[in-house]
Structures are given as structure tokens and as C-alpha cells.
Design a protein around this ligand. Structure first.
Ligand code: ATP
Ligand code: MG
Length: 252
């Protein structure tokens, strides 16, 4: 399903965090959003997730997302992994992934309205799916480990798996490899590729690691001062004079 932003704008007091931002994320693609610090990348994600009310239009397929609260946007298939890990540390990996599926369970596992047998059957089904997602994400061995006991790289991977457990159509990743070792980065890149290829989920990522972005993204949108200054395949964006200027900090 295509995610389309049209003339999206967002102000914080006098700061124009987003200023008429338009771009499309094609179904089943890896799409990077890059730009200097303060360019509006995280604001763009917050806008898509329904955290801030914005001007303009944000659509997933035919559905207008602007004006919808975050849990409804999530339910429509937009999941997000956070820049700073937002997991329950004391809980196991399994618990964290099960909680992420809450919006898929309708009334919830423990609804008094459901018969106990049905509740058990539903919980079992979710547990199987969560185990699959953990295996896919390379977490099968730590399913019963409290998140707080994991390495930083594994915790970032749980954050990724938590977003996948929401069964998204579009996955938003804010700096997914920040602070990772070389090997952890390589594993995450492989996981992002498989998410696109095996699950058919579109991935939108904000990332400062340029070689990684250039090698991974199908398409790149470059923001600077809340505006789109370039949009296209990596080869196009890499050569764009405005992009070079923004990254060298040579603003007129
Ligand atoms: N909650 C907020 N209140 C006020 N200003 C904000 C808020 N969030 C972001 N801004 C401002 O909006 C602009 C865009 O910020 P944003 O966090 O989207 O940038 P970014 O591209 O994600 O930067 P970074 O690479 O540092 O993460 C900045 O000028 C920032 O100071
Ligand atoms: Mg940011």
C-alpha cells in the first residue's frame, strides 16, 4: 500500500518543522528520509504516526491518516520503532512482542466476554506468530530473556521485532543502527532487506549513516529546514547540488 504525503506542514511556535512536504513511499520499498540535524525527519515520522496534528494530507492507500489518533493509525498498518528504545525492560522478549499485538486482539486476551477456551486459543495463535517473528528477527534464543539483560544491539532488534509484531504494512525506523557495532549493523541491514523481500512490508528509515542508506534504499527523500530539497533514487540524490550544499552546511 502506498504511503503518500502531500503538502504536509507542522509548526512549533515560530519553527517550521515541516514546510509543504510531499513524497510517496512505494509499496514494498525501502525509502530513506535523510537530512542534517533539525531538518524535520523525526517530525515527519511523528506526523505520519498521528502524534502531531498537521496541515496537508497523509494517506495510506485510500485512507486519510491526518486527524486520526496514533492507535488508529497503528491499527491501519503503520508501525514505528523508536530512536530511543521504548520497551518494558523487566518483561521478557516474548511479553514485549505479545503486548505489541494488543490492537489485533479486538477485545483483548482477557476480556470477560470471551469464553476461557476461546481466549486460550487466541493467545496460542498469537504466541505462535510472535515466535515466528522472533525467529525471523534472530531472537529465537532469547524469547524468554528479560529485555534488560540483553545487549544494546539485541534490544534494538527487539524494538524492530515489536514493530513487526503489529503486522504493519509500513514500518517506520528512526535511526535503526545508531550506536551499533559493525556486525550488529550488518545484521540489521539484512533484516531490513528481508522485511521488504519476505514480508513485503515497506520500510521508511531515518538514518545518518550515508554509505548504509545509499546501499539499502530504493529511494531517498532529503529534507532541509523542513522542506524537501531532493527526492529520487540514491544515484540521483547523491549528485544533487542542493544535497551537497546542505551536508556541507554552506547555506546562503
Ligand atoms: N516538540 C517540539 N517542540 C518544539 N520544537 C520542536 C519539537 N520537535 C522538534 N522541534 C523542532 O523542529 C525542527 C525539526 O526537528 P526534528 O526533531 O524533526 O529534526 P530531525 O531531522 O529529526 O533531527 P535529528 O537528526 O537531530 O534527529 C527542529 O528545529 C526542532 O528543534
Ligand atoms: Mg530525529
Amino acid at each position: 500500500m502506498r504511503l503518500s504525503l502531500r503538502e504536509v506542514s507542522l509548526n512549533f511556535g515560530g519553527v517550521r518543522a515541516l514546510d509543504g512536504v510531499s513524497f510517496d513511499v512505494e509499496p514494498g520499498s525501502v525509502h530513506a528520509v535523510i537530512g542534517p540535524n533539525g531538518a524535520g525527519k523525526s517530525s515527519c515520522f511523528n506526523a505520519v504516526c498521528g502524534i502531531y496534528a498537521v496541515g496537508g494530507s497523509i494517506r495510506l492507500g485510500d485512507r486519510e491518516l491526518t486527524g486520526l489518533p496514533p492507535h488508529v493509525v497503528a491499527g491501519l498498518g503503520v508501525a514505528r520503532a523508536f530512536q530511543n528504545i521504548a520497551l518494558g525492560g523487566a518483561d521478557t522478549v516474548l511479553d514485549n512482542l505479545m503486548v505489541a499485538r494488543h490492537h489485533l486482539t479486538g477485545a483483548g486476551f482477557v476480556s470477560a466476554g470471551l469464553g476461557l477456551r476461546r481466549v486460550r486459543r487466541e493467545e496460542h495463535r498469537h504466541r505462535l506468530r510472535v515466535t515466528e517473528i522472533a525467529e525471523f528477527s534472530g531472537l529465537a534464543d532469547v524469547l524468554d530473556t528479560p529485555v534488560a539483560e540483553l545487549s544494546y544491539g539485541d534490544r534494538k532488534r527487539v524494538e524492530f521485532a515489536r514493530a513487526l509484531a503489529m503486522e504493519p504494512r509500513v514500518l517506520l525506523l528512526d535511526e535503526p543502527v545508531a550506536g551499533m557495532t559493525y556486525h550488529e549493523k550488518a545484521a540489521t541491514v539484512a533484516l531490513i532487506r528481508e522485511t521488504r523481500e519476505v514480508l513485503g512490508v515497506s520500510v521508511v528509515l531515518v538514518e545518518h549513516d550515508m554509505p548504509l542508506v545509499m546501499g539499502l534504499a530504493d529511494r531517498i527523500t532529503v529534507l532541509d529546514f523542513g522542506r524537501v530539497i531532493a527526492d529520487g533514487p540514491p544515484a540521483h540524490v547523491r549528485e544533487h547540488p542542493d544535497v551537497l550544499r546542505a551536508y556541507l552546511g554552506a547555506h546562503p
